[in-house]
Design a protein around this ligand. Structure first.
Ligand SMILES: Cc1cc2nc3c(=O)[nH]c(=O)nc-3n(C[C@H](O)[C@H](O)[C@H](O)COP(=O)(O)OP(=O)(O)OC[C@H]3O[C@@H](n4cnc5c(N)ncnc54)[C@H](O)[C@@H]3O)c2cc1C
Length: 388
């Protein structure tokens, strides 16, 4: 900490003692426990249940949940550090933890009433994986055009419709589902419901076979007169759009962190390979052409880290962070894609095979430009702020 004009200023990337310890615990866990399974999970498209169990045991599935509800009582910044560290080993692992913490728990902590928190938070922190279901086949970027409907039936609600692209859905026990309860009111009818997997009329449908983050499940949800008790409306009827906007703004910082961890991993692999691969009688790392690539990658990763950490720190102190979060996700996903691509080229032919880890990072990077708002949607958010 340096004193500048009587103000205490800390460099953005300097971690406090607690953050450093947390980071090193997650890093060690990811390298020792997750890394050995990454290739198999990518090939089979299934994330090991035992690892999800370990996420719960380590407290990674309820980072910000207060201790009195069984959580870690940690910070948003710690969630961001966890996502980055996991992504450096497996971006699929990172998105499981990301959705749980930055979208799912975040929404329940902010909008849940005392009864909902008492009923669900302890289970969420210890055993219940969550999903966040907004998108549908016809509404992605135009999320509030969703067609899933909710109508009252006595004191219950009946949900009808289909959700698409829902992360964690194959394994989740609790789903936040956005449905329109008053279509005549447009987006002001959108309402968020807490739906348990066992509720009548609820079904998890087809699982997608994807290019990247293959071990993270992405499924359709089928709601066929799905019966939800009135006490499971999250927040108020008609306030679902607000819940979605607020949580997704924060979720984007998480995706920025996922992209940061991914890019870091790509650079680490490229550095190690460049030092040992010999051509023309010397290590390829000795060629200036390769060094320039490595320097470019490192610089862009550092810029991503600054954007992601700054957005997270702003969120933590309650300062506005909307534009910064959009920039972190937009830039981070570009950097991850470019870094993974450069790393793959540094590996040459073997980089193009599944015997080396960079082709997977290249495939995994692509999702960063699509989910939680495509790159164009981020650019629209940034431009709106610029133009006022
Ligand atoms: C692996 C994966 C996991 C996901 N997980 C979840 C999840 O857990 N929960 C959830 O609710 N959703 C999830 N999604 C959905 C994701 O958020 C959407 O796919 C994303 O928002 C884009 O929507 P879309 O696919 O319908 O594309 P579209 O909205 O159809 O966009 C197609 C193209 O048009 C562009 N475009 C659209 N509108 C404009 C415009 N106005 N100006 C300029 N360009 C525009 C887009 O940028 C994009 O390039 C996931 C998706 C994937 C692939």
């Amino acid at each position: 900490m340096i004193e500048v004009e009587n103000r205490a200023v800390s460099p953005l990337t300097r971690l406090n003692e607690e953050e450093r310890m947390f980071q090193s615990v997650v890093r060690k866990f990811a390298r020792e426990q997750i890394a050995p399974h990454v290739r198999e999970m990518d090939e089979t498209g299934v994330f090991k249940k035992d690892l999800i169990h370990q996420f719960f045991e380590m407290g990674l599935m309820g980072i910000e949940i207060p201790e009195e509800h069984g959580g870690q009582g940690g910070t948003f910044f710690q969630s961001i550090l966890a996502i980055e560290e996991l992504a450096a080993v497996d971006p699929s692992a990172a998105v499981i933890v990301d959705v749980q913490n930055t979208l799912f728990i975040n929404a329940i902590m902010r909008w849940g009433n005392e009864d909902q928190k008492r009923r669900y938070l302890r289970r969420i922190a210890t055993e219940l994986l969550g999903s966040y279901a907004l998108s549908e086949a016809g509404s992605g970027s135009d999320a509030f055009a969703l067609q899933t409907r909710a109508r009252q039936d006595g004191s219950d609600w009946l949900l009808n419709g289909r959700k698409l692209w829902i992360t964690n859905a194959a394994e989740a026990g609790l789903f936040l589902i956005f449905a329109n309860a008053r279509p005549e009111a447009g987006y002001k009818g959108i309402t968020c419901f807490l739906v348990e997997r066992g509720f009548p009329g609820f079904q998890v449908g087809k699982k997608e076979d994807k290019l990247g983050i293959r071990a993270s499940s992405t499924c359709e949800l089928i709601l066929d007169d799905c019966r939800v008790p009135a006490e499971n409306v999250l927040g108020e009827v008609g306030k679902g759009y607000k819940i979605a906007i607020e949580t997704l703004n924060e979720g984007r910082i998480g995706i920025g962190a996922q992209m940061l961890g991914l890019a870091r991993a790509a650079l680490d692999h490229a550095l190690a390979y460049a030092k040992q691969r010999k051509q023309f009688g010397k290590a390829i790392a000795e060629f200036q052409g390769i060094q320039f690539d490595l320097a470019q990658m490192a610089t862009e990763i550092e810029a991503t880290r600054l954007l992601v950490y700054n957005a997270a720190r702003l969120r933590e102190v309650g300062a506005p962070f909307l534009t910064e979060a959009a920039m972190a996700k937009y830039f981070g996903s570009q950097v991850a894609e470019a870094t993974a691509s450069r790393a793959l080229e540094i590996f040459g032919g073997v980089g193009f095979t599944k015997d080396y880890p960079v082709e997977k990072l290249y495939r995994d990077a692509k999702i960063g430009r699509i989910y939680e708002g495509t790159s164009n949607m981020q650019r629209m958010t940034i431009a709106k702020q610029l133009l006022g």
